[in-house]
Design a binder for this molecule. Structure first.
Ligand code: HT7
Ligand code: ZN
Length: 880
């Protein structure tokens, strides 16, 4: 495979004004006829270069140029292109190909999932459907006719509006769809299957009625309402917050079981992984309900940020993905608790994106080069991309940001554009120069920001000094300073925010404000401070950086209780926990007895006693930093020491805080017993505290906790409580109850694949010894298959990504197992294979012995035969 570079971008030689597609779907093949109305790109010279159409795994049956059937001498055909010579500036190409969706296991292009036909074209799947200019800057008006056997495929869908349908001889029928909006091929979709739908309506802000339909397999029709409610909320939110109105008469979502990612924003016909649509109390957890809400919103928001305005090329992917993640996270913040949503997002970013930024696949938000674009649907493009947008929002303020987004949508509607175009709109709307800020798009790596302070009692002044740096990343040894927005406050001894007046300012400017650190070293001096303040820095995590400030543990305890920024209260607790856990890790490594700093116990005791604090916040503050995060912040990660230290701390906390935890647990369980389940934030909050309390309590080994756990499992009316009870038992010493409950759960839910995914995950994540053997045994379970990406993620992904002590077993057995799975997935589904690889790419984090074992497995994969470009890129970069 070869590298593709941003610097080589060239506008397309030809444009496709109209695309008319006909699909004849059969059980053992599909025929695709494409009529392309084309012309020479008028912005280029008048000569006529060869037309090079993309196409892979297609059997060419015929091709005609302006009605003239071409013979083999008239064109060149290779593995990935059909090349022919136009003779006029405007022309029509007609082609027919045969494809095989029934044997497409890669789930890219047209494929079959649970008996239905569906498509996934982003990024480069359309070329597996027909010969085409498969690039996002070629936008076309599509009409699609599909025909299939009527009994098995009563529902025939594509993008846009339905314009005609009818029956054919031999029990077949057909439908034609027309999409009035120009779109690139990656937004094309079709679906044919035996589906039921829930229908609703939304009246837009200009009073147009839009029909909403969610299609699912008949047995899932009772699990759609939450997604429908989420869709209507999203449509309203996008009108209110961004002024964006839906533009077709119909909006459809289809749930499919086999899907490589979460969902896809095809114009008017979103296709979803069923895990991101189906949710009802009995079968989906609170987290699953929240994910459905967020993904439905994300895909809907793409209608403007992605579809109406799309990407010029795939280097600009974050233009649509970073922006849309920012939009969906703000939506979720508005629908739920803003602070808790921010905590969740930051914890995720710091654990996973920071690790990516520190590894061999590190790349800028706008990459310069790639080998396989599917590998670049990354945490950096999505999550860090969203943080970059959040910083622009912080720097400009909500109102000016909105002016910028209005200008961006108005200026570029119907176009395929770049990240620079987006930033230009923000600059033009605000008058702010974002030239230096744009380094966030071009420089990879997580900046470090070291802060220190000194107080001058004689001058009543307080000087804050910042030093920023950014580690080298592949291909980028040196980095220039970033623009880092640091939101901060200065607190007095009672925790009150002090007026903030910088030297040179006439008067204080607020009590919480955003400073811009733009130089490698920079100092800010605050004046008129009668006492030495305690700073609350980087409030709301105002920039995706690693901040350090020399807080001592007492100061962190103070901030945990008094900081008026909810995010920073949590952050202080995390920093305190990290300090305490690192001390325990050191004790473990030196072979000393482990001794927990009682200040952590005291801090969490007062959190538990605080009845005013939002219960979800209490739950977040009780959650110790995860093992993956502790790994990320270690120079060399000692898996066993991290696990032992964290488990020791949890055990000590459980003993010391047993009574308070038990009270909180019982009060909330009682409420759960007496009120019916509602998928709503206050209920999520209550259950999250109840469930984290239970996970601590079980560590006591007391019989009344076991009884409570079994009662919760048996008597609850929802999956959140049931699955938590199961997970708690699975990780507990109560061996016989564990086995019985696991068996009962599987028996009860054996026909629900999404619930069985949870059952696999809970066991894959169990850190008790013997993890690999359990996972290997589960791979033989009748509900498991490597063909379904959700199953792979639930079992193999959860084991390698979450069960760190077992995966990193010193004998290398976990690594060998993962490499074996990657080798077999490489042949059937390269995208999934390459994603599963990522734990092995982090080998530099571990001790020499583990490094050698991990590298050995990467080398074995490299030597294992013909590798997909997806797997080859990740393995070769990891070994470089
Ligand atoms: N825009 C969608 C991307 C996507 C995708 C990419 C590669 C392979 C399979 C895929 N399925 C969906 C998802 C989104 O961000 O909305
Ligand atoms: Zn997206």
């Amino acid at each position: 495979p070869k590298m593709i570079y941003l610097k080589d971008y060239q506008a397309p030689d030809y444009l496709i004004d109209e695309t008319h597609l006909t699909f004849e779907l059969f059980e053992d093949h599909t025929l695709v006829h494409a009529q392309l109305v084309m012309r020479r790109n008028p912005t280029l010279s008048a000569d006529l270069p060869p037309l090079v159409l993309d196409g892979q795994q297609l059997e060419l049956l015929s091709v005609a140029l302006d009605d003239r059937e071409l013979s083999a001498a008239d064109y060149q055909l290779d593995d990935s292109h059909l090349t022919l010579q136009p003779t006029a500036a405007s022309f029509v190409i007609d082609s027919s190909v045969r494809i095989h969706p029934e044997s497409n296991t890669a789930l890219e292009g047209l494929y079959k999932s649970s008996g239905m036909f569906c498509t996934q074209c982003e990024a480069e799947g359309f070329r597996k459907i027909t010969y085409y200019l498969d690039r996002p800057d070629v936008m076309s008006k599509f009409t699609t006719t599909l025909s299939a056997e009527q009994h098995s495929y009563p529902v025939l869908l594509s993008n846009g509006n339905p314009i005609a349908s009818g029956s054919e001889e031999g029990g077949r029928h057909w439908a034609t769809w027309e999409d009035p909006f120009m779109k690139p091929a990656y937004l094309f979709a079709l679906v044919a299957g035996d589906l039921w739908c829930v229908e609703d309506q939304f009246t837009t802000m200009s009073q147009r009625a839009v029909t909403l339909r969610i299609y699912v397999e008949p047995e899932n029709i009772d699990k759609v309402q939450h997604a429908m409610d989420s869709l209507k909320k999203s449509m309203k939110w996008d009108e209110e917050v961004y002024g964006r109105e839906y533009d077709l008469d119909i909006f459809m979502i289809v749930a499919v079981n086999d899907f490589n990612m979460g969902a896809m924003e095809n114009k008017g016909l979103n296709i979803f992984n069923s895990s991101c649509v189906l949710a009802k109390a009995e079968t989906a957890t609170d987290a699953a309900h929240q994910r459905v809400e967020a993904v439905v919103a994300h895909e809907y928001f793409h209608n403007w940020s992605g579809n109406r305005v799309t990407c010029r090329d795939w280097f600009q992917l974050s233009l649509k993905e970073g922006f849309t993640v920012f939009r969906d996270s703000e939506f979720s913040a508005d629908m739920n608790s803003r602070t808790v949503k921010r905590i969740e997002d930051v914890a995720y970013l710091r654990t996973h994106q920071f690790a990516e930024d520190a590894g061999p696949m590190a790349h800028p938000v706008r990459p310069d080069a790639y080998m396989e674009i599917s590998n670049f649907y990354t945490l950096t493009i999505y999550e860090k991309g969203s943080e970059v947008l959040r910083m622009i929002h912080t720097l400009l303020g909500a109102e000016t940001f909105r002016k910028g987004s209005d200008l961006y949508f108005a200026r570029h509607d119907g176009q395929a554009v770049t990240c620079d175009d987006f930033v230009q709109a923000m600059e033009d709307a605000s008058g702010v120069d974002l030239t230096q800020f744009k380094r966030w798009y071009t420089q990879a790596g997580t900046p470090r920001l070291e802060a220190s302070a000194s107080y001058d009692a004689a001058a009543n002044s307080y000087r804050l000094e910042f030093r920023q740096s950014c580690p080298a990343t592949p291909g980028q040894a040196e980095k220039l300073p970033f623009v880092i927005p640091v939101e901060l406050a200065l607190l007095d001894a009672q925790g009150r925010e002090l007026p903030l007046q910088l030297v040179g300012e006439e008067a204080p400017v607020g009590r919480s404000r955003v400073l811009q650190v733009t130089q490698a070293e920079q100092a800010f001096t605050f004046i008129n401070l009668a006492e030495k303040p305690l700073p609350s820095l980087l409030r709301g995590f105002s920039a995706p950086v690693k901040l350090s400030f020399p807080y001592d543990r007492d100061q962190l305890m103070f901030l945990m209780q008094h900081d008026s920024d909810g995010f920073n209260r949590w952050e202080a607790g995390q920093q305190l926990s990290v300090q305490v856990l690192q001390e325990l890790i050191g004790q473990y490594q030196r072979g000393e007895a482990l001794v927990l700093d009682q200040r952590l116990v005291a801090a969490l005791r007062s959190v538990l006693q605080d009845e005013q604090l939002d219960q979800a916040m209490v739950a977040e503050m009780l959650s110790l930093p995860g093992e993956a995060y502790l790994t990320e912040i270690s120079e060399v990660a000692d898996v066993d020491a991290i696990h032992a230290a964290r488990e020791f701390a949890r055990g000590e906390l459980a003993t010391a805080l047993f009574d308070l935890l038990w009270q909180r647990y019982q009060a909330n369980r009682e409420l759960s017993r007496s009120t019916a389940y509602i998928a709503e934030f206050t209920h999520f909050a209550r259950r999250s505290l109840q469930n984290i309390a239970l996970s601590y309590l079980v560590l006591s080994g007391r019989p009344e906790v076991l009884a409570a756990c079994l009662e919760q499992y048996e008597a609850c009316d929802n999956m959140t409580e049931r699955l938590t009870a199961l997970a708690v038992l699975v990780n507990s010493p109560f061996e016989s109850e564990r086995a019985t409950t696991l068996a009962a759960f599987a028996e009860h839910f054996k026909d629900n694949p999404l619930v069985m995914d949870q059952w696999f995950s809970v066991q894959a994540g169990s850190t008790l010894p013997g993890g690999l053997a359990r996972v290997q045994a589960l791979m033989q379970h009748p509900a498991f298959t490597l063909k379904n990406p959700n199953k792979v993620r639930a079992l193999i992904g959860a084991f390698a990504g979450q069960n760190l002590v077992n995966f990193h077993a010193a004998d290398g057995s976990g690594y060998r197992f993962l490499a074996d799975q990657v080798i077999s997935l490489n042949a059937s589904n390269p995208q999934i294979a390459s994603r599963q690889l990522s734990p092995l790419t982090r080998w530099r984090k571990y001790d020499d012995k583990r490094q050698a074992l991990m590298k050995g497995e990467l080398e074995r994969i490299l030597a294992s035969g013909e590798l997909s470009s997806d797997v080859y890129e990740v393995v070769s970069k990891s070994l470089a």
